[in-house]
Design a binder for this molecule. Sequence first.
Ligand SMILES: Nc1ccn([C@@H]2O[C@H](COP(=O)(O)OP(=O)(O)OP(=O)(O)O)[C@@H](O)[C@H]2O)c(=O)n1
Ligand SMILES: [Mg+2]
Length: 338
Amino acid sequence: MALVGGAVRDALLGHTPLDLDVVVPGGQVEALARASGRPFVFHPAFGNATLTLPDGRTADLVQARREHYPVPGGNPVPAPGTLDDDLRRRDFSVNALALQVSPSGEVTLRDTTGGLNDLEARVLRPLHGRSFEDDPSRLVRAARVGARLELRAHPELLAQVPAALALAPQTPRLWAELKLLLQEPRPGQAAAQLADWGAGGLLPDPALLLALDRLRDEGQIIPDTAYAAALLHAAPDPAALARLLTLGERPGALLARALSDTFFPPGTPERTLRALLRPDAYAGLTGKDVLALGVPPGRAVGAALAHLAALRRAGHLRSPDEERAALKAFVATEGRQD
Ligand SMILES: Nc1ccn([C@@H]2O[C@H](COP(=O)(O)OP(=O)(O)OP(=O)(O)O)[C@@H](O)[C@H]2O)c(=O)n1
Ligand SMILES: [Mg+2]
């Protein structure tokens, strides 16, 4: 039995792995899942089991297998294999490391593809020269994990970029990976990575995504949908891109709200996107502007701002001048009532 893939890579880099992948010799998955004493779901069609760990994470127990790709970009055909077969079928050497646990409980690192060296050199190296032809989605996986963990592309990866691009249109898995790219901590970095590798044509210009990355780095909450909306804004045919990446309706709707004149409070994704997409759009007056008109600090300021907010919601205010005029009118009437 061996812990494999991203969990080993992340642990070696000092990160806490999220989900665990465990390779088990053929035919032993269900017995092992039962022996764990944890709740699990067994999938008989694949011979795999998903275990729930005490902290809520999951562990996938899968049978060791070989794989081959009869059609480039198509689904791999599995056959039972050894742990080494299972490591050889993977995408990058840093993802092909295994922590092997012997029946007596002894743990050893199995590195048959030079993954540890590559991890130390912080490079992503495919395991063979036809890796991206087998599975073009690996190009996007490389950009995702490369941006997340600050790993560079090995020259052997760069040499395979054209093969992945040639097969991209007929590889739905690649589009699924592009959608996952939008869920990375820094999607802009991942998209820029693709562009640096000569694969910028897979996505619209990443400038807006990079701007959102910077805001996230500064601590702003930027939801994934804001990234998807920004991507649609940069796309020549947003509807086609939304279909290709199966983005659903929400990013397009968010984009429309961001581009509208409806008021949204600071900190909302609408307001954040608007500041990027329409830097000329005005932000609305604040308490400071109200005080500058001579309104005494306190309740009166709140009342004036609430009045402005109601006018904005009703669509009556479209510029700082209109806001100021409305504010002056409000202050004047309030003054008369006192
Ligand atoms: N097209 C793919 C997809 C997955 N894998 C292998 O399956 C493992 C698990 O896949 P996944 O969970 O998608 O990736 P992780 O490496 O775990 O990275 P992440 O942190 O993004 O989950 C990878 O490490 C890799 O060894 C692969 O070789 N080729
Ligand atoms: Mg994973």
